[in-house]
Design a protein around this ligand. Sequence first.
Ligand code: HEC
Length: 484
Amino acid sequence: MRRLGIFLFCAASLAGQAGRPNYDDDVKPVFARYCLACHSAGEMRSGLNLETYNGVLKGGSSGDAVIPGRPASSTLYKAVAHEGDGVPRMPLGGAKIPDSSVALIRDWIQSGLLENATSTPKGNIGPSLDFKPGSLNKPSGPAAMPGALPPVTLPEPEKANPITALAASPWAPLLAVAGHERIYLYNLEKRAPAGELPFPEGIPYTLRFSRDGATLLAAGGKGVQSGKVVLYDVKTGNRLAALGQEPDVVLAADVSADGKLVALGGPGKLVKVFSVGSGKQLYQLTKHTDWITALEFSPDGTRLATGDRSGGIFLWDSATGGPAGNFADHKDSITALSWRGDGNFLASSSEDGQIILWNVMDGFPVATIAKAHQPKPPAGTFGTPPGGVLSLQFASDGRLVSVGRDSVIRVWGMDGKQKAAAAPAPALLTRVAASADNKLIVAGDFTGKLQFWDGKQLVAVRLSEAKPATAASLGTVKPASGRD
Ligand code: HEC
């Protein structure tokens, strides 16, 4: 496994270990009950002795069993949680131990492998998983909402397109939805359309509000013809800038928190970073070996995360383009990257079915959600249908929302555990966004409809006048995201 090249450790200070599990009082009883028959001084299967604290630290014949602060990378945790490839499932030949014991072992590793109630944690246990929403990038005045926008004169397409991009303003009750050569705006408070913006460049594959909500970025284009990034003033709808002269669609783009940088990428395998002021390209990033499918600036704008169609994720210093890290656990196309509001964690989703929560400081996952959106095989069929995760976003309250090939909106905590899930939607959900007040999760679907979920009910909304695509015309269940 390749790991982060540059480590930016931060000293974790801890005020007392009360409430944190320790080996003597909490973990050893679990081992005694389920493991010592095979992992004790007398019966040391695979060279692993769990009977003593030092035995656990020593590990087994395949090396370290536990890494302080990193349950998701610890063999022992993977063995009891039945997660990960190539790790034996423990207890061998027995039933999985209770979830509460798995959680205890996870918390024990996460909080630094305490031996007893008075010991200090080992290793770098990293930033807190808890999140308190802050006011970073909050606009000083009222959050931008569109005024009366001129109508878009382009005719609606005959058939509705799958929703290829969706974004919610981080501060206002405003949603932006990709259409064909246009962007629909929607007022989430009034539950009413709020105007349209023309995007004659083609189909938007990415929509992003700036971190203060004042600017809307749309990126896309026409397949194998042209690609562009356009910035709009949210209040007036005016085009502020158009960047990139790409020979193919732009699949991923973002604008930095200070509004000065725009990064874009697509089938060209290059990430290009432009100055919004001069319109000139500042630098390009050449490390990706496949199409750029996702990218996002950190909330403070200092770093840029980029992901590709082969599962590679890189981190960069946004001012210079210098490499700042490499997160390599995904095995298929990265579909989304999202930073938590404090910039300490990055979430990635992939067609490989996983959601991974990365500690940005050291490049290790704090949680891996395998098979996050695995559909059930249709009745009477065998085999596993594709279970890709198609879109994900950190909500401003620190929860993670995602959609995937099971057509279900799901909400996750930082421990990688599911906190809520909507009823399955009638069509494949392609994109997801959480409203600024976190009361609503909105997903776009394959037939051009939105699904609004308030935690209780799914409500379908259609913004386009176009006829929904029929099941027969859908063909394969792939989002029309320009990927082949
Ligand atoms: C019935 C016997 C048995 C029980 C009970 C058992 N294990 Fe194991 N364990 C084994 C064997 C055998 C291996 C080697 C398996 C392999 O390499 O495929 C192993 C391997 C492991 C390894 C990998 C060690 C290494 O370095 O190769 C870990 C970690 C582990 N067990 C943890 C546990 C834990 C934790 C429990 C209790 C929850 C447990 N085991 C219960 C028999 C057992």
